[in-house]
Design a protein around this ligand. Structure first.
Ligand SMILES: NC(=O)c1ccc[n+]([C@@H]2O[C@H](COP(=O)([O-])OP(=O)(O)OC[C@H]3O[C@@H](n4cnc5c(N)ncnc54)[C@H](OP(=O)(O)O)[C@@H]3O)[C@@H](O)[C@H]2O)c1
Length: 369
């Protein structure tokens, strides 16, 4: 494809190189996972989009810490390859693959149903799967980028919430992006009723929705021992660009050598998932150096977050009645004797005051459409 004449000016290339240099200089390592002693033996974690890039590095690190690690991938073939690689690198035989397409609510329900049927606990849920795709309405009537990046994770979290609460202290980490700052949280985007204007605006808007969801979830989970935080991985050299517009891809091709590696980009997510420092912290946004940062003003708009939540419940067929008692309140249910806690230091959460283990039937009911 021909570059527009303005882009052929050598100034653009110099500017891009300068930007790349700046990124490289800023690419300092913040938190060092090697200094973090957290062992995840007896814990179960789910990482979506774990077959590539940041998600694969996150899953590798959690598996290395002995977690039962569920790779939630949409492609059996790509998932299988990642599974073998992670098992070989860590020696952890409890790394398993489950199929999940976060863009299909039917797939999300089926995945959640299997998890609730077969897993006894869930300690860490990492929403990593993400894309930027052209405007398309899925057979379920949802716009695909928003379905994959936002609505699927929204539904999945809600369906697995009782298991997370029963396993508390537990952590939910949403991989967002600094790009959320240029997004708009218009819930009409979700069903394609309205189309975001501008290149890759659907992506930034879905990331803004991810931050709004993460903080609203934290408000609703107060007192349950389950934390929810959003992170920015920074600018990372992965496969993500293959779906972006040609202009963004051209820019990225130039600055790729200066970007973070996938392992460096995974650090903020791993930090939120396992670090002792992040225990008990909830409703926050961490930058790619694992430092707390204020997200955009829109991302901090409580009424916007509530509106988006309500519309997302409606679109996914969830309603408050799908949740067990205590959801959305600061209720403090009595700890269940069945709530077996492995010993260890993960998430020693000062705010944890116990949670009821819902019966399997109640949990399964929550996933049925
Ligand atoms: N790279 C960056 O600079 C950057 C910056 C900010 C935020 N992020 C975010 O970081 C996360 C990871 O991206 P990445 O950079 O590691 O890119 P990546 O290498 O392309 O990984 C994306 C992962 O998401 C999976 N995925 C895509 N659609 C899916 C679906 N419908 N259901 C289940 N999984 C799906 C992909 O699976 P397939 O291999 O099957 O496609 C892949 O495993 C994304 O949420 C992204 O938005 C990245």
């Amino acid at each position: 494809m021909e570059l527009p004449s303005a882009c052929r000016h050598p100034g653009w290339f110099l500017l891009t190189l300068l930007l790349g240099l700046l990124l490289w200089v800023r690419r300092r390592r913040g938190w060092d996972p090697r200094q973090c002693p957290t062992d995840l033996s007896g814990r179960t974690v789910i990482v979506t989009g774990a077959n590539s890039g940041i998600g694969k590095c996150v899953a590798l690190e959690l598996a290395r810490r002995n977690a039962r690690t569920i790779l939630a991938c949409r492609s059996r073939e790509r998932g299988r390859a990642a599974l073998e690689e992670i098992r070989a690198a860590t020696g952890n035989a409890a790394v398993v693959l489950r199929e999940l397409d976060t863009g299909s609510m039917a797939s999300v329900r089926s995945f959640a149903r299997d998890v609730l049927r077969e897993e006894r606990r869930l300690d860490v849920l990492v929403h990593n799967a993400g894309v930027s795709l052209p405007f398309t309405i899925t057979p379920e009537g949802l716009e695909q980028t928003f379905a994959i990046n936002y609505l699927g994770p929204f539904l999945l979290t809600n369906l697995l919430l009782e298991l997370l609460k029963a396993s508390a202290p537990a952590r939910i980490v949403t991989v967002a992006s600094f790009r959320h700052r240029s997004g708009t949280a218009d819930s009409r985007f979700l069903s394609g009723q309205r189309r975001p204007r501008g290149a890759d605006t659907a992506y930034s808007s879905s990331k803004l929705m991810g931050v709004l969801f993460s903080t609203e979830l934290a408000r609703r989970l107060r007192g349950t021992g389950v934390t929810s935080n959003a992170v920015s991985p920074g600018m990372v050299s992965t496969n993500i660009m293959r779906h972006f517009s040609w202009a963004v891809r051209a820019l990225f091709a130039l600055i790729r050598p200066f970007l973070k590696s996938a392992a460096q980009g995974a650090l903020s997510t791993i930090y939120c998932a396992v670090s002792e420092e992040a225990a008990g912290i909830t409703g926050k946004y961490f930058n790619s150096d694992c430092v707390l940062e204020l997200p955009s003003a829109a991302a901090r708009d409580v009424s916007l977050a509530q509106e988006l939540w309500d519309e997302s419940e409606r679109l996914t067929g969830l309603s408050p009645s799908h949740h067990s008692p205590g959801f959305g309140t600061a209720a403090h249910p009595a700890p269940s004797p069945k709530n077996e806690q492995p010993q260890g230091s993960l998430c020693q959460n000062s705010h944890h005051d116990g949670a009821t283990v819902g019966g399997t039937t109640a949990l399964l009911k929550a996933v049925l459409p």
